[in-house]
Design a protein around this ligand. Structure first.
Ligand code: XMP
Length: 549
């Protein structure tokens, strides 16, 4: 089964998730799985598109934050021992029959609450205030005015008037008893409210960039209201996680499939720091990687980081299996299957292995943790395994399970991984196979590799690598007539793809400078074999996808 994860870089580990399906994921039970002690904020998610963004903003302020679905049982939420709660926005209306509610116990927990948008309306509704449908939906920029007479820690250091971003239909018309109005807009007479217990409601969204003072407001909530310590740093994470891995693995042995991508690399480096030689990394060279990548990987992990690395040179196997296949999904499936076979073979040679290291990251975890899918259900899907031979039952080690991509990069830097790995753009599991339209051949791979190397060398020289989500070449299935030297040629067409994106769900084609495109084009036509035409893909996603297949 192929997993196309919808969250960016982690795609490169798609095949490893397949391995996990074969592994018996004996997840440590929730108590030992808990991240190390630190100040923590819990976002209760009521279905907002911004819930993860809130968590990122909090973590950017060096406070650890987790998102939990509104349906999570209270005892599980409580076990996280949060120093504050944030109620997210959401599409429901508090008066709808099935509107999601906050667990009643949250109001007895004695910790501050910040309700955002629907979260504010919920706070009002559950504590006895009134919420009404507005005559029109307020969407977009608005101006917030602070109530002049009230000083409150949440709004400290904020100007008397400031731009905010709104997106709501309902609004609070009567605050609950004990609350006072902190701020208003033209359309929302109660745009911010507070009581003495540290409960706050705000109708606007502080987490989006369109609320420029939003960061200060969140900072106030974390440090002035919840009294958090800013202890969430890469260094602290590494120290605590290494200790945790040591405890989990004991004197066992672990394996890790390295793809060259940042997630598996950072996961491996962390586990290596914890258990040293008892970690063996397996790198399957499927012959579908970019130019020089296998060598670079070896250089980094074997020679620089001194890890046990097994390189399985499997190009012939993969190319044989791909012969004659032109359908993109069949390519994916074939590559995924072959990968598992090779991996199993290599792992089988190692003798006793107890753990499988995976680069699963927080967006993957959250994605499966939807509102009607509680944490225990998620753990069950990880248990949903079968097929692996009895002798290879592996427990998962997922040290990045709680990290966002930018945090994974920060941890990678903290661990001393080289920039080119830490800042590597996402690369699909099936590799160049889905960038050669039609059948994958050795000649096609050679042409594409050369063209792709030129694209990325030029983009690197222009200092644009980090600004682009992905940049690469595609070998199209077209041939065109050209004139090169004194000859007419009938050659390949290379397409250049460069996109910006936040999470790969949507993407925009990058406005690369013309001079850069000109250089790339002329170099490809001159240096890549049998290419006489270069085109630039100016399709966004949607309607296109990032890859061509
Ligand atoms: P699309 O083409 O769907 O790609 O817009 C979104 C992101 O996913 C990557 N991608 C894949 N990653 N296996 C992977 O591991 C795949 O089969 C696969 N297909 C696409 C793509 O590179 C982009 O980052």
């Amino acid at each position: 089964m192929s997993h196309r994860i919808a969250t960016g870089d982690d795609r490169e580990i798609a095949t490893y998730l397949e391995i996990a399906q074969y592994a018996e994921a004996r997840h440590p039970d929730a108590d030992t799985e808990q991240p190390p002690a630190r100040d923590l904020i819990v976002v209760i998610d009521f279905g907002s598109q911004y819930s993860l963004l809130i968590a990122r903003r909090i973590r950017e302020l060096n406070v650890y934050c987790e998102v939990v679905p509104a349906t999570m049982p209270w005892h599980e939420i409580q076990r996280l021992r949060p120093k504050g709660f944030i109620f997210s926005g959401g599409p429901a209306s508090v008066y709808e029959p099935d509107a999601p509610m906050a667990p009643a116990e949250v109001y007895e927990a004695g910790v501050p609450i910040l309700g955002i948008c629907y979260g504010m309306q919920l706070l009002a509704h559950q504590l006895g205030g009134a919420v009404e449908n507005s005559s029109f939906r307020e969407y977009g920029h608005s101006v917030l005015h602070r109530a002049a007479t009230i000083a409150d820690p949440l709004l400290e250091d904020l100007p008397p008037t400031m731009p905010v971003w709104m997106s709501h239909g309902d609004h609070v018309t009567t605050p609950p008893a004990g609350f006072q109005t902190l701020a208003f807009t033209d359309n929302s007479p109660i745009a911010a409210m507070a009581n003495d217990s540290g409960y706050y409601g705000i109708q606007f969204h502080p987490e989006v960039v369109h609320t420029p003072n939003g960061k200060q407001l969140l900072e106030n909530f974390l440090f002035r209201v919840c009294k958090c310590e800013p202890t969430w740093t890469a260094a602290n994470f590494v120290e605590a996680t290494v200790a945790h891995i040591r405890e989990q693995v004991g004197d066992g042995h672990a394996i890790c499939a390295l793809s060259g991508g940042v997630d598996s690399a950072v996961a491996a480096a962390l586990v290596h720091r914890a258990i040293g030689d008892r970690l063996t990394c397996i790198f399957v060279n499927n012959g579908l990687l970019r130019k020089d990548e296998p060598e670079r990987l070896r250089e980094t992990f074997e020679r620089n980081l001194h890890m046990n690395l097994i390189v399985s040179e499997s190009t012939d196997r993969f190319l044989e299996r791909l012969e004659g296949i032109t359908d993109p999904e069949t390519k994916r499936k074939t590559i995924g299957e072959e990968f598992i076979w090779v991996f199993e073979e290599e792992a089988g040679k190692l003798g006793e292995v107890d753990f499988l290291v995976q680069g699963t990251t927080y967006p993957d975890v959250i994605e499966s943790l939807t509102a009607d899918n509680t944490a225990s259900a998620v753990i069950k899907t990880h248990h949903n395994v079968g097929g692996l031979p009895e002798e290879m039952r592996l427990e998962l080690v997922e040290p990045l399970r709680y990290l966002f991509k930018d945090e994974v990069r920060a941890v990678g830097s903290e661990l001393g991984l080289p920039e080119e790995i830490v800042w590597r753009q996402p690369f699909p599991g099936p590799g160049l196979a889905i960038r050669i339209l039609g059948e994958v051949t050795r000649e096609g791979l050679h042409t594409l590799r050369e063209a792709d190397a030129i694209v990325n060398e030029e983009i690197r020289n222009a200092n644009l690598t980090r600004e682009l989500w992905q940049s690469f070449a595609v070998l199209t299935a077209s041939r065109t007539v050209g004139v090169q030297g004194d000859f007419r040629t009938y050659g390949n067409v290379i397409a250049i793809r460069a996109v910006t994106s936040e999470d790969a769900m949507t993407a925009d084609w990058a406005r690369l400078p013309y001079d850069l495109l000109a250089r790339i084009s002329s170099r490809i036509a001159n240096e890549a074999p049998n290419v006489n035409r270069v085109v630039y893909d100016i399709t966004s996603k949607p309607p296109g996808t990032i890859e061509w297949e």
